[in-house]
Design a protein around this ligand. Structure first.
Ligand SMILES: [Zn+2]
Length: 484
């Protein structure tokens, strides 16, 4: 399968010979050799300059960008042979993708024509260290010189100054961030997905895998020297992006849109859910539907899904002018906070459905409270505001004790549902889902749907909305029905 870490790149003697040549070459016109004490112009013997640690701020570290724009970036490490690089550039042109190429300084020095071609075709060129190494555990001075020399080579050969640095594996430490800032780089960039060689996956497996990583604000990386399916992957990635309606944009454009996120503790209501052992005194408010003659109903969506599924649901609701209530599994939110924020930005209720979806009656009250508090914090941080204080137990299972334990955390409203078309079952068709909903719904109903992948909910949804409206129902979010 695909791992997120690969072995160190091969040691190549040629690189070290040309490294020496280039160091000498660049040093001749670099500030390394200048001696601050020399008052005259007489030639001095080479004296290595002492590099002091940078006293300013570290550069940013970026593995994904906080944005709800439907955009992501494609990036490459290394420089493969001329033929591979040419085919890769042609394929990118075919799909109108502008990428960021993190290039090893040595390879740019060896084959500057390739680097110039990349720039000429409108891609970004960035710093992949001198010899595509990890630089981990190196002394500050060595790291500094490696990054600086790589910048100088890229600048000399392409006339472009790299904005970003990335090591071979994408790993970095604080020193590397400091070194990057010292050299004028804006960020150390890793990735949200490092796509390595496929093993035995079928075409469908590959598409499914990539669909999972088509995230708003995502940064996808591949190594041009390692990955044997570069060309095929460009097509697969372009198709996956098209399917979800997202676009690959240049890395610096994506990073420029990234907002700063408030840390959790600065968001009002971050501590609205707390561990509370004295739960016997708590007052749970269990809700199934609203007793009313008013013809209103609420749509609710549980669990989590890929951008493709969730974005489709959001688009349908937006087109139909419907606000709904979403109960999120926070382990999904943790991996993809931008998507949770997109739900909140669209004006829907965003509520709590635990962190890892355990059956509440099968875990200890303390464990359950931990699940709820953790989910509350992750969702709060993702959407940058206090969520709707509704809790829905996974699978709808609860008993007296779990209700009390839930309410004691601060989530007193435990919001179930009365209309259950079992849409989570992949075998249920859109027609069956619609039929069940229309049969079960009455005034004040809460309809349970899911945002899982590969089910038929997105097909059923527009039909359900139209049919409910034709029966005179108004669709409202649960907060409007029950208050908060
Ligand atoms: Zn669930």
């Amino acid at each position: 399968m695909i791992s997120h870490r690969k072995g160190a790149s091969g040691f190549r003697l040629f690189h070290w010979i040309s490294l020496v040549a280039i160091v000498v070459l660049v040093a001749a016109c670099s500030p390394f050799q200048q001696n601050e004490n020399s008052a005259d112009n007489s030639p001095e013997p080479a004296k290595p300059e002492k590099i002091e640690r940078y006293q300013g701020e570290k550069s940013k570290a970026v593995s994904m960008v906080y944005t709800t724009q439907r955009q992501l970036a494609l990036t490459f490490n290394g420089m493969a042979d001329k033929d591979t690089m040419k085919r890769l550039l042609d394929e990118l042109d075919k799909y109108h993708i502008k990428a960021a190429f993190f290039m090893p300084g040595m390879r740019v020095a060896e084959e500057p024509d390739i680097a110039r071609e990349i720039v000429a075709r409108g891609h970004e060129i960035e710093n992949n260290t001198l010899n595509k190494s990890d630089l981990q555990g190196q002394p500050y001075e060595k790291m500094y010189k490696d990054i600086k020399l790589t910048n100088e080579i890229i600048q000399r050969e392409t006339d472009k100054t790299p904005r970003y640095v990335r090591t071979d594996s994408g790993e970095y430490n604080d020193d590397l961030r400091l070194v990057a800032a010292h050299n004028g780089q804006e960020a150390v960039v890793s990735s949200s997905l490092f796509l390595h060689n496929w093993q035995k996956e079928t075409g469908a497996d590959k598409s499914r895998y990539l669909r999972k990583y088509m995230n708003r604000g995502g940064i996808i990386a591949m190594d041009t020297e390692e990955n044997k399916s570069l060309i095929e992957n460009i097509r697969l990635l372009a198709e996956a992006a098209t399917n979800v309606g997202y676009r690959f944009v240049p890395l610096h454009e994506l990073i420029a849109q990234g907002g700063e996120r408030k840390p959790l503790q600065e968001i009002p209501g971050f501590d609205a859910a707390k561990m509370n052992a004295a739960y016997n005194e708590s007052k749970p408010n269990l809700i199934y539907r609203k007793e009313t003659d008013k013809k209103m109903v609420a749509l609710s969506f549980d669990d989590w899904g890929t951008d493709q599924t969730v974005t489709k649901i959001l688009d349908i609701l937006n087109k139909k002018g419907v606000k709904a209530s979403f109960f999120l599994r926070a382990d999904g939110v943790e991996r993809n906070p931008n998507l949770a924020r997109a739900i909140a930005e669209a004006g829907h209720d965003v509520a709590n459905h635990t962190y890892s979806h355990p059956v509440n009656t099968k875990i200890a009250p303390e464990e359950l409270q931990k699940e709820i508090v953790k989910a509350h914090q992750i969702i709060t941080e993702a959407i940058q505001q206090k969520p709707t204080m509704y809790f829905r137990p996974p699978t709808g299972a609860f008993d007296e004790q779990t209700l009390k334990a839930i309410a004691a955390t601060g989530y007193e409203d435990i919001t179930i549902y009365d209309v259950t078309p079992s849409d989570y079952d992949k075998k249920r068709s859109a027609n069956e889902i619609v039929k069940d909903i229309m049969e079960q719904t009455r005034s004040g109903s809460v309809i349970l749907l899911h945002m899982l992948d590969d089910i038929h909910t997105t097909e059923a949804l527009p039909i359900v909305i139209d049919q409910l409206r034709s029966k005179g129902y108004t669709l409202v979010p649960m907060t409007e029905m029950f208050g908060q």
